[in-house]
Design a protein around this ligand. Sequence first.
Ligand code: NAD
Length: 244
Amino acid sequence: TNRFHGRVALVTGGASGIGKATALRIASEGGAVAIGDVQEPAGIEVVSEIERSGGKAVFVRLDVTSEQDWANAVEVVVSTLGKLDILINNAGIGDTEPLEITSLDTWNKVVAVTQTSVFLGMKAAAAPLKASGNGSVVNISSMYGIVGSGVSPAYHAAKGAVRLLTKTTALGWAKEGVRVNSVHPGFIDTPILGDTDREMLIAGTPMGRLGRADEMAALIAFVASDDASFATGSEFVADGGVTA
Ligand code: NAD
């Protein structure tokens, strides 16, 4: 299909995993894509992959915790691709420890990359998204923005915050032509899992397998596209049944 023909998207964390799959998916459906990430060589490789298949893409160095980087990234996207219609706030990092041994440094870092980034991104992109007339924001939360797990307090708190930041921004912008929704993945086989025991995650998933980045990309693309034109402030879960 050509759902994103004439549309411009910025995908944060687009150099790896779910963000990379989402950038490839939007480009394959005719959208121009900006990859915003701190991983420069990997991000540039995604741009090359899109260009090799005839798509349009740019890389912009973006640390999502920096307000200055955000201002620059939005400026680069609008000046090189002409506008900004779609923002995918996907960059994220996790913590893995129980609360008692989570350091304040870890807490602050995870909250900055996972939660504050979404606030900064929507604020920086607000003007072009409204000017689009048909803007769409997809914030990548997690099933752990909906239910708890017993560890990773910073990650859960930040992902839960993303869920409500999504809803309140959606209501604020509902009459401004910008939809804002959240997507909540379960266990997806990407580098963020690190050396986590995959068999344990599979055992905890009713469908009996990990999800794939391209499966998340398909859902994110749906939510970002006009196929979801009446959805705003909504949460879309894809977790193989974990939270069912
Ligand atoms: P990933 O590690 O493959 O990709 C994350 C990307 O974010 C990387 O390219 C990394 O460079 C980038 N990034 C990290 N810090 C950044 C910063 N400060 N500025 C800009 N970019 C930064 O992981 P993924 O699984 O693709 O994760 C994508 C999103 O999906 C994250 O928000 C994650 O929390 C969420 N998620 C993942 C899973 C899963 O099981 N994989 C489950 C639920 C939610």
